[in-house]
Design a binder for this molecule. Structure first.
Ligand code: XMP
Ligand code: MG
Length: 178
């Protein structure tokens, strides 16, 4: 285990099993829909990469970058688009792939924006959900794990851009924040 980690919340094996399960479900649901999977950078990169390899169906992918957090651990509520999609999503079945839903502010903004571009459908798959911290009425269509209100890192999730490479979801030691 990495020296800055206090506790492993979700192990590499647990993640693998869950991603396989989600991939199978999504493959069933989307098999004839040629979905457009949208990865929200950067946190959702490992999840997206693993998930699509559990979805052997006709599909496409695209990437979007938004900012709402900076280097802090609380939401500013401001969503800025840093990188938009490459192509039109009109008439497409869009699946937003996220690492974590916290306040829900980021995704509720994204969902409304994408619906406004006349997608045929817009759904959300998130690896993690922290429902205790929700500030808007939003729930994922597909979710890997519901977790308690703790700041977590690993498997794409960062603290000040670090720890995204860890293969598990963990909680940082307090002294790392100070
Ligand atoms: P909201 O609050 O808009 O935020 O739902 C979603 C985004 O906030 C980041 N986030 C976290 N990042 N550990 C992280 O590394 C966490 O515990 C955490 N909680 C929220 C993340 O970028 C997510 O996409
Ligand atoms: Mg994110």
């Amino acid at each position: 285990m990495h020296q800055d980690i206090k506790e492993v919340l979700i192990s590499e094996e647990q993640i693998k099993e869950k991603v396989r399960e989600l991939g199978q479900r999504l493959s069933e649901e989307y098999k004839d829909l040629n979905p457009l999977c949208i990865c929200v950078l950067k946190g959702a990169v490992p999840f997206m990469a693993d998930l699509i390899r559990e979805m052997p169906i006709k599909m496409e992918m695209d990437f979007m970058a938004v900012s709402s957090y900076g280097n802090s651990t609380t939401s500013s509520g401001v969503v800025r688009i840093l990188k938009d999609l490459d192509a039109s999503i009109e008439g497409r079945h869009v699946l937003i792939v996220e690492d974590i839903i916290d306040s829900g502010l980021t995704l509720s903004y994204l969902v409304e924006m994408l619906k406004g571009r006349n997608a045929a459908s817009v759904k959300i798959v998130t690896l993690l959900d922290k429902p205790d911290r929700r500030k808007v009425d939003l729930s994922p269509d597909y979710c890997g794990f519901t977790i308690p209100d703790a700041f977590v890192i690993g498997y794409g999730l960062d603290f000040a851009e670090k720890y995204r490479n860890l293969p598990y979801i963990g909680v940082l030691k307090e002294e790392v924040y100070q």
